[in-house]
Design a binder for this molecule. Sequence first.
Ligand code: ADP
Length: 477
Amino acid sequence: MSKSTRVPGYMQSKGARNRGPLGDREIRYKCSMQNTILDVLRARPGWQEVSGPNPPQQQQLQQQQQQEKKGSQNSAPSNQLPTTTSSRSSEGDWDFHWCDREWLHANYDTMFLQEHQKILHFRNHYELTRKNLMVKNLKRLRKQTEREMGKKEAESFDFYPTTYELPSEYHIFVEEFKKNQGIIWIMKPAAKSQGRGIFLFRKLKDITDWKKGEYQPLTDPNREVPETYVVQRYIEDPYLIGGRKFDIRVYVLVVSYNPLKVWLYRSGFARFSNSRFSLDSIEDAYVHLTNVAVQKTAPDYDPDKGCKWATQQLRSYLTAKHGSDAARRVFQGIDNIIIKSLQSVQKIIINDKHCFEMYGYDVLLDDKLKPWLIEINASPSLTASGKDDYDLKHGVLNDVLNVLDLENRLTGKEKRVGGFDLIWDDGAVTTDDGAMECSVNSVSTTSNSFLGCHCDRKKHLREIYTAAQALKKSTPS
Ligand code: ADP
């Protein structure tokens, strides 16, 4: 791609200073990842990669150089850290940054962003994406809902399995454990991913060794704080297809928390475990954990056969087997999970108009077709496991950029952009004309949610860009 491609219509927002209008210049991006997102950014017409040290590192570098210049005149090292950083001043100047969470944590508090700049992640995204905090926030909103609106309304929060944080809630967990002898529990490190450190157990003594190692009272002051875990009721009756368990990955884009504005991607996938489900071998990760990172290490894993279904395939299967009403209820249940979970942190997340988040939700169905929230990821894997997976991720990421619309090609009133449907905009979004678009969903619905429905994103993009262009031409600026 020619790097000098220009972006007509990429206008500077009001308030951005010290720079001429951005119209007709490249959109400069930074990217911390070496996967599909980099391919997408590099292939995007009119976008230009910028490199160079990150701003604070750059300031430190400059300080170091100044000190070296002073040399023998002043050999005392300065321990002064930069206090404020303008993202404008460096050769790493950017309009868009797909950064990793570590970068954001290291730089957010010292960053000054210009009006138009966009950056991945909200400052305290972990309120939703750490397993213990997610449940804490959900429990709080559930209680509040029960207080203010009654028990019935609070039942709409019954989508996460009973969960306790360890070590802090160990004693409450033990009480609950004793009330439900014989059931299976799953232990998960609160801040790890890809199935790392997870195990299942039936008896309290099964966690005794773990307990000794992990969180005995801290007699040694030099010892690190014990790692936080969650212990969670294991869903023993998952919905099975071909005898195998799966969970569903759903992509959700939040462009603002205040007001809450949420886009849901039509496609995603179901990730199957490699082995048939059974409760006889609870120590077998290939049976119980559906993470691709776990499954691909199975000795009989076949990368060509893969272990994924597109969400469309899953929806068609459920519709054929259980009818369209039942399938619709499954997907409405997932919408409810998404909205309630985001609302649970709406007042806690530090809202910043520069930030956006692309979440990967993990949802499991039980054999009564009830969806359960397992986890929310702020950095869902963008590494493709095959061609279909690459195409899916390529589409999702392109449509994230299309919704953010740094090129200013849309009207701002769209309810659908490519594969993304706007499902919440300070309130539920209803569809005006699209209910019948979902070929497998013959039942009319007013919600603007089409998870698992047909996703003709390219055709749709062409249509909305043409319509937006015509509207802009006919409206005097
Ligand atoms: P990680 O962040 O390490 O991926 P998850 O919470 O997503 O941890 O759990 C990993 C996998 O374990 C899930 O994809 C799911 O297959 C299984 N799992 C997790 N929690 C439960 C549960 N409560 N019941 C049944 N299966 C679960």
